[in-house]
Design a protein around this ligand. Structure first.
Ligand SMILES: [Zn+2]
Length: 284
């Protein structure tokens, strides 16, 4: 099967390996051999396939040897797949290898929020996952956030992050006139992935770099189910830092859940926005 273009995947559900193959191809075409990566996921054990696919289809091909026969991305896993400030900087330090300061570096940040997805006789259902003989929430952390019944520190962090730029995305997600309740869990996961990718970008923009560096920050939602998990590609930032300046490009969905529209094509999810372009380029 030919590799699919990353841009053509935005807003669409694909199998995990196809997305990671497209990501690998995208980075290979950038033409550098100095490549590093960080993977950011929720702690939920349901993210197993997401972790495994990125490791096998991207890291094993493109990362330097950590030890003989072992290659590995930096990774952080926490409740809600929150980006941990400074982890991009440490990743950049780790993978800035070799003696040639003129060799460009590429750092990939792969971020996955997640949601349970199930086909039922009544239609698609999001937010629950059948495991260990019972149903449980997925993502549990985002579900607690939407319920608004916890004072835990990670909930406060998510609340603050999802209210970035003074847009109360949590209120929008809770409002049945703004977001269809049946899609609330899915849209919360998309919004979270897009917001977390913006937080990684913000960190990337503030790094003091001494070599040409490109950051590729991919936001996705893992769709967990009893069938093989799939990946809904939300968008990606490409930030290039050169002596001449910085250029930033974003291709993907925005971070306002009230704008998302959901449909299906060939049995796969397709998310788009009812306003706003999904692409822009900014010179910084
Ligand atoms: Zn989770």
């Amino acid at each position: 099967m030919p590799l699919q273009n990353l841009d053509a995947m935005i807003g669409q559900e694909h199998d995990l390996d196809s997305v990671n193959d497209a990501l690998r191809r995208y980075v290979q075409l950038m033409g550098t051999r100095m490549i590093g990566a960080i993977q950011i996921t929720c702690s939920d054990e349901a993210e197993l396939e997401c972790l495994k696919s990125f490791h096998e289809r991207f890291c094993q091909y493109l990362l330097p040897d950590l030890k003989m026969f072992h290659r590995m991305a930096m990774n952080t896993a926490n409740l809600g797949a929150r980006y941990e400030r400074a982890s991009l900087w440490i990743t950049t330090q780790h993978f800035s290898t070799g003696d040639n300061p003129n060799q460009p570096l590429v750092i990939v940040a792969r971020i996955n929020s997640h949601v349970g997805k199930e086909n039922t006789p009544e239609g698609l259902r999001f937010g629950l996952l059948h495991r260990y003989g019972q149903e449980s929430t997925a993502c549990g952390a985002l579900n607690i956030l939407l319920q608004g019944q916890s004072n835990a520190e990670y909930i406060h962090e998510l609340e603050e992050q999802l209210r970035m730029d003074n847009l109360d995305r949590i209120a929008l997600l809770r409002d049945p006139n703004k977001v269809c309740p049946e899609y609330r869990s899915l849209y919360a996961a998309i919004t979270n992935a897009v917001i977390q990718s913006r937080r990684v970008l913000h960190d990337a923009e503030t790094l003091d770099l001494h070599r040409q560096t490109s950051f590729l920050i991919l936001a996705s939602v893992t769709l967990n189910s009893t069938a093989p998990d799939t990946d809904l590609v939300c968008g990606y930032h490409h930030l290039q830092v050169t002596p001449a300046g910085r250029q930033h490009t974003y291709h993907g969905l925005g971070d306002n859940p009230a704008r998302y529209q959901l449909t299906q094509r060939d049995g796969k999810l397709l998310v788009f926005e009812n306003q706003k372009s999904i692409s822009n380029t900014v010179n910084i």
